[in-house]
Structure formats: C-alpha cells, structure tokens
Design a protein around this ligand. Sequence first.
Ligand code: C5P
Length: 238
Amino acid sequence: MPREGRNPVLVAIDTPELDQAKTLSRSLAGTVGGIKLGLEFFNANGPAGVAEVAGGRGDLFLDLKYHDIPNTVAGAVRAAVRLRPMILNVHAGGGPAMMRAALKAAEDESARLGIPRPKVIGVTVLTSMDEGDLEAVGQQGPAADQVVRLARLARDCGLDGVVCSPREIEALRGACGPGFTLVVPGIRPAGAAMGDQKRVMTPREAIDAGADWLVIGRPITGAPDPAAAAREILRELA
Ligand code: C5P
C-alpha cells in the first residue's frame, strides 16, 4: 500500500453506456480507492451522468484534460467543482496563466461551496506522442525532458501533481519532490492482457517506484468479476 495506507486504485470506467458505468461503480464501491470518468463517458452522458455514477462518493477523478484560454478553463473548472471531484486535470502545455487560473477557480469555487478543494493535476506529454510527434508540434524533445519541464512548471504554478507513465515516475519524483502527486496509468497486474498498452508496470512495481495513485481500466472492468479482480490487485499490494 502507498504512503498513507489508503487504497491507491482508481478504476477507469471508459464506456459511453450509463447503465454499465453505474453497475461497475456500484459493484466496485468499497473495493477501489476511486473511479475515473473521462471524455468518452462525459461526452455521452454529461454532468448529470457523472453525478449519477459518482455522486456523493467523493472519490472521482474527472479526467477531462482542459486546454483553453485561462478564463475559459477557469469557468470549466468552476462548473466541474460542482460535481465534487477528488481530482481534476488540465494540460500543462496550456501554460502558467492557464494553470494558475484553473487552481484559483478550484480554490474559489470549493470555498464558496464549503467542500474540499479537488486536487488539480497536469497532463504533460501524452504517452501516445513520440519524438517525431513532439517535433511536428514544435516542442523540444527528448520527450522525457519535456515531461520533466512541464511537470516542474505545473508544480511551480501550484498544481498538486501530474498524470505520468510508469517509466516517468522515478524522474518526476526526483524532480518535483515527495509531496507531488503522481497519478499513473499503464498498469497491468502480472499476467494480465496488455491491450494497447506497451510500456507497463505491475501495481506493486509502480507503487514501489513512487506512484500515489494507479489508474487501472480493462484489467478490472473487463474481468468476469470486476470486484474480485480489484481485490486480487489489492492483495498484490498488501
Ligand atoms: O484499460 P487501461 O488500464 O489501459 O486504462 C487506462 C486508462 O488510463 C484509460 O482511461 C486511458 O485513457 C488512461 N491513460 C492511459 N495512458 C495515458 C494517459 C491516460 O492509459 N498516458
């Protein structure tokens, strides 16, 4: 188990189907540390769907990766805070003014509502991008350096952490310090199908490397008994 002894597993519920998401969320309540809903679910079901699946649980990672001008991102964050997420995220590539605006909007809106402020974390370089893609959009590589550059910028803007791949954990823990939250997808329990993930770690390896949260989708949601699959992962971490 990670540092505070809490359950570090965030299950990624990637489906446009509201009923399927509700069933998964219900069957995994108490077994996982939280649920992640992203663009696929949100664009199909909107804030009302998010509230139905995650409402009142207090353990939602709302993965909508905002990237726009500061004023627009601030407005999006204020609206998102009403869904009471535990974590939400913005693209660090949106720049310092945008990240600061996102953080301030999260602070102001949660204070106004009298609820805990969600952690605001950054997305650095999408793991789908290689050196050639970075060059094509005019970003300086190597990708590993750009990840550290954007993570430091996110930290300097006051953000709580970043999403990162398993193989970035060590460099980011070193560069950004022990209090910086690292949320890590690309996790596969020993023996699980890789799907389209190429560079993976097991839950144990990722936690040992310094991850705070593990985002795990198909190894749990695609299992015949998702709760049993999640419990097996936790046993591996215990
Ligand atoms: O099913 P799987 O465990 O591969 O799901 C991982 C989740 O983490 C998905 O929601 C995916 O979009 C997300 N993710 C990822 N790699 C990244 C960033 C996010 O797999 N670099």
